[in-house]
Design a protein. Sequence first.
Length: 65
Amino acid sequence: MVLTVNGERREVEAGNVAALLEALGYEGSFFAVAVNQEVVRRAKWADTPLAEGDSVEILTPRQGG
């Protein structure tokens, strides 16, 4: 299916948020995820399905000022 991930169209074989993160190589717990502009709680990543055309934002913290 085709999703927009962080503004970039990507073809992926992930059925839910957790599978998408794994497919994209995200490890650890220092990021947040929003699907179609709705924040998805970490506890719900495996239960949150993705559909063709969804927009996913994966946000990572940065230091700076």
